[in-house]
Design a protein around this ligand. Sequence first.
Ligand code: GDP
Ligand code: IMO
Ligand code: MG
Length: 435
Amino acid sequence: MQVDVLLGLQWGDEGKGKIVDVFTPNYDVIARFQGGPNAGHTLEFQGSKHVLHHIPSGVFRKDTINLIGNGVILDPMSFKEEIKGLEEKGIETKQNLYISNKAHLILPTHRLLDLALERQKGKQKIGSTLKGIGPTYTDKVARTGIRIGDIISEDFHSQYNTLKEIHLSLLKSYGLIIEDETIDQLSFNEYEAKWMEAINLISEMKLVDSENFINQKINDGKKVLAEGAQGTLLDIDFGSYPFVTSSNTITAGVCAGLGIAPSKINRVYGVFKAYCTRVGSGPFPTELNDDFGQKLRDQGNEYGATTGRPRRCGWLDLPALKYAIMLNGVTDLVMTKADVFTGFQKLSVCRQYMINNKNVDFSTFNLKQENLECYLHEFEGWNENINQVNDYKQLPANMKKYLDFIENDTGTQISVISTSADRTGIIFKNDQMFN
Ligand code: GDP
Ligand code: IMO
Ligand code: MG
């Protein structure tokens, strides 16, 4: 049995969490392969809303195994809050949740380093979620990090103190005075004490050699879905560098982040919004700083699930989408949030990038060029509310034209259309997908 992948094709927040939740009944294992608490995956059902950061979005479906892979980085404090939040809602988390002993730990000082680095960058700041992502992956690559499996070793505290000391001297060199800072409204010492308490919770969880665990599941004929975090344009290698995250968010990241061989990968579901959003800094060629942009933000409720920051909004960017489809080997597109366009008289997509009226190829390397322009293709809008529609045939004719155009331009089928934030708002255009 093989592994399917679901990931974001834009700058994150495409609606991955909702779609994983809808797909989960067709899988035995849902596995996260990269990222950490910078992710905020929202799920809505039965009138309640849940936001997940580390825990895979299969957690709400009974009997599904959820795995946090070796490519993920984990913050014990934020993880503990996540578990607590779910348990308060009566969701059983511990029975079916497994964590890789090779996943790296986010230390309190990683959070402060993130802050210090962003401050140092000034106007050039990345707009990081300040969850410690960059510094933790830096330590992983520098071979100085601490892993989940180290928690139960006798010299864990000595490992912690050694790394903390390195961080403290770095922080000093950046001019950050620890006593002047808070983390999640706590002083450093208070936060550190709570962080250590949270470590205890993790040591009670199911810590596994996740690469052996998942390959055994595959050999046993179980169906695995790898859940991406962030999005392709935030990929460390192929995104709009340096305004990216610090992991490989693309399909290739699944192999390294879970220990799955490339030959095991079957379908790749690429999730994209009917328009584009971006939270944080960096180039965004189709960004709308006008009434359309504000309308998208208002109707789409475009505020970050992790930080609450308003998301920047713009038209769908087809050159960027095709680039993401290429990098990931997308077999099926999943479009979310087209319902947000209801009431728009006109809408547009970027069909081609141009410089001085000449077509230019898409490259994340030249996204920052000031004279880069988008050639837009305009569509008639629609007024019908599609939130309750579950049958493709019942979609407004103008929306079908929009979908057809995207399929033709990208050469990739749109197999699933999400019509609302709720679990029930879904259309399967390709009903053979899980066979
Ligand atoms: P993720 O990080 O990719 O999981 O996405 P987020 O949860 O950060 O952001 C997506 C937002 O859109 C969440 O508030 C979802 O509840 C919501 N959402 C997902 N799909 C749809 C949809 O088809 N229509 C609408 N209106 N909202 C959606
Ligand atoms: P999900 O999984 C949207 C953005 C940040 C910032 C940049 C680097 O919910 O789609 P980092 O904290 O990783 O150092 O931030 O990446 N970013 C996201 N944007 N959705 C996310 O995750 C994101 N995770 C990070 O805003 O611009
Ligand atoms: Mg999100």
